[in-house]
Design a protein around this ligand. Sequence first.
Ligand SMILES: *Cc1c(COP(=O)(O)O)cnc(C)c1O
Length: 224
Amino acid sequence: MSTQDLSAQARLQQIQAHMSEACRLARREGEHVQLVAVSKTFDAEAIRPFLLAGQRVFGENRVQEARDKWPLLRQEFSHIELHLIGPLQTNKVQEAVQLFDVIETLDRDKLAAECAEALREMNKKPRFYVQVNTGQEPQKAGISPQEAVEFVRHCQHTHGLSIDGLMCIPPIDEPPGPHFALLDKLADQANVRVRSMGMSADYEAAILCGATHIRLGSALFGSR
Ligand SMILES: *Cc1c(COP(=O)(O)O)cnc(C)c1O
């Protein structure tokens, strides 16, 4: 049976079972790994069964797409937590801090400054993860590993942002393990809790390396 044929509930249960097994192998049984359901490109009709099955944490990669889908779903379901997992342009900051509970892609000073500015006028306080370009790929967003720890401190102290952790997207043509291990080490050095790493193809490996949050799209919703 393909992923597409299973109900949302069955897919969530299947993933949770794999997550538990990975936690057992990593001797992290008492710990909770958060599943972020990446609903980008899927419409409200496709998302609703996952909400009905109890999933509450979702990821979107575009501000505009999130604005089109989530305000209505939030009226229907309570306690939704929405993560921005795609690049954020400074001209979308105002809207992003309104829409999202967590912004996972903080990666440069100008963006941090704009976010801090936007938050001064709001009573909502989104949390942030710093995106690290662990593969140092020129086309990919994220701060370089060498600058990551200092950047976290800078965001906290200069901008007063609440930095919960780090996030990475390893290069697609390399084994992800060393990238996950690097992110885990940098999070230790920066003294932050969250390691957002691991997607549909490699989330078990990420859990073995200390992931606190995994971001799964196709394993839940089917291929895009
Ligand atoms: C799309 C996306 C995911 C989910 O990818 P899948 O391979 O479908 O699980 C995770 N993280 C980010 C940043 C993404 O853009």
